[in-house]
Write a protein that binds this ligand. Sequence first.
Ligand code: NCD
Ligand code: ZN
Ligand code: ZN
Length: 399
Amino acid sequence: MSLLIRGGKAFIGGKFVEKDILIENGIISKIGPSLDTKADETLHADNFLVLPGLIDPHVHMREPGATYKEDFYTGGRAAIAGGFTTVMDMPNNPVPTITKERLEEKIGLAKQKSLCDVLFHFGTTDNNFDEIKKADPQSLKIYLGKTTGDLMLHNPASLEMHYKNFPKNRPIVLHCGSSDPDPQENMRKTIGVIKNAASLAKKTKNKIHLAHASTKNDITVAKNYAKCTVEVAPHYLFLSSENVEKLGVFGKVYPPLRPEQKRIMMLSALELVDCIATDHAPHTPEDKENGAAGFPGLETSFGLIFDLCNNGILDKIRLVQLMSENPAKIFGINNKGMIKTGYMGDITIVDPKKEWVVDALEMHSKCKWSPFQGKRLKGKVHTVVKGGNVLYREYEFVN
Ligand code: NCD
Ligand code: ZN
Ligand code: ZN
């Protein structure tokens, strides 16, 4: 099987160039201007941008245990429609991913049901050290604050134990948060948690990754430690506590949306950030009414971040680094994150001129609401190729 992608502006070697891409047996085999090759199938990408498949390092696929919110089938389709060929799933299922057996169960389910590739962050408790040794995961997730479900460290000594026991070259993802209802105190305490976790990591020499940074201060404090990488979710760039008046219970998320002036400062902190992560956290309207925290994000992330490019806030080159290249590097995902010979044939083709309006009812996620409902955007994922197979073409699934 071979696929030729012709005529687009492709992101290759750190810049956008007019080059064709040949994928053979799932792998990028040839790149060049006007390739003189025949292929089983040709995609014409004239006037489009051709990007390495996007990678989202923070999603909640909800399977097993909460498949009424999302599962690997619907979540996988949401990912592909959003341009993501690889996602990394979080361990806070109702029965959390804290044993080797549960990790293997998830790997099996994802393999059967998901269109996109799914990798897994392994959960931590105060005492699952043996399971971590057995499972030998590529990354750990540590909750230092309340999340959906009960997964969280309770013993203050556990953090250092996990740091000490985990390989120094693999990232430990940190959920840092506070339950303080006062907005100022909540921000202040969250920064305190980040500061502690980072200074401890400095001592034990671990690689850490800050999940869902919500203020510029979060980022600067975290980046003070050289081996800390940081992700930001689109909602901290587009929404603030002012929006919560209108969103009501649908505006609840961990960490909470911050004051408007903090959101504006966040935009100026984008140059310090390592990657964009959706923190896709789907809940039913009924669960939201009952206090569930989290937003869906897979199908709006690219359009929102591209909107920053349209508005001169972010360079398109940075977008690709933040949404593909850097997450691959941070999490050691080999052969992905770049369009390069020998790399996986995972490609996301976008129409930069396509105007659209966010409508959650059209989305593939089970979550049929969005905090961005009705937002007008320009630039949309048009076609998605994974392992040389066209899965999504002209805004629709092939199968
Ligand atoms: C996430 C969820 O629902 O799983 N919710 C959220 O508000 N971000 C949990 C999390 O990321 O901590
Ligand atoms: Zn979290
Ligand atoms: Zn999350």
